[in-house]
Design a binder for this molecule. Structure first.
Ligand SMILES: CC(C)(COP(=O)(O)OP(=O)(O)OC[C@H]1O[C@@H](n2cnc3c(N)ncnc32)[C@H](O)[C@@H]1OP(=O)(O)O)[C@@H](O)C(=O)NCCC(=O)NCCS
Length: 160
């Protein structure tokens, strides 16, 4: 039977293993920090949920209500969602997202946001199928490794 519930410490080895199947990296220390922030001290505004099929962890979703970020009213963010490859296309992802959305709604927010890699068409298909659409916020980024501060000519005279 499929169930969605708050993560427990005993679920973490399965979560780490599931993440490793997607990313190829075994990040136990990273996941302990995530558990501390979203699991142990989570609930309400911070959510870390797992899906279980016959008591075995087969997926997880993590999200948080963020206050007034990017000038927008508080809204729920989905940070990560993963379903074990052998349990995909059975409705597990949809059920976890619906559970997260319901919990966020109980927190009083009426918008759910996420970001995906532009090359992850699987995640995009999934989120679109659940009703998510391109929003009005546009992510911008720059490469800091090759960045040189440019203060402009006028500022250059000031700092000379
Ligand atoms: C995306 C993901 C969460 C979907 O989970 P899932 O349990 O398989 O999804 P569901 O069974 O609930 O599917 C819901 C809908 O998503 C869409 N979908 C799911 N898998 C799909 C696929 N392989 N191709 C196209 N659409 C797909 C479908 O519209 C589906 O509805 P349908 O079954 O009525 O066709 C899962 O494939 C996954 O974990 N992928 C890796 C995610 C990842 O890259 N995570 C790292 C960054 S956070």
């Amino acid at each position: 039977m499929l169930r969605v519930r708050t993560v427990r410490a005993s679920d973490m080895p399965a979560v780490v293993a599931l993440d490793a199947t997607v990313t190829g990296l075994h990040k136990a220390a990273y996941w302990q920090r995530v558990f501390k922030r979203y699991g142990n001290h989570g609930q309400g505004q911070r959510q870390f949920l797992v899906a279980t099929l016959d008591e075995q962890v087969c997926g997880f979703v993590i999200g948080e209500v963020r206050d007034w970020e990017f000038g927008a009213p508080p809204c729920g963010w989905v940070f990560a969602i993963d379903v074990m490859p052998s349990a995909r296309q059975l409705g597990v992802g949809a059920r976890m997202l619906a559970d997260l959305a319901a919990r966020f709604r109980r927190e009083g927010v009426d918008t759910l946001r996420t970001m995906t890699s532009s090359s992850n068409s699987l995640l995009q298909s999934f989120f679109r199928s659940q009703g998510m659409r391109a929003g009005h916020l546009l992510p911008l980024e720059m490469d800091l490794a090759s960045w040189e501060p440019d203060y402009g000519d006028a500022a250059g005279e000031l700092f000379a």
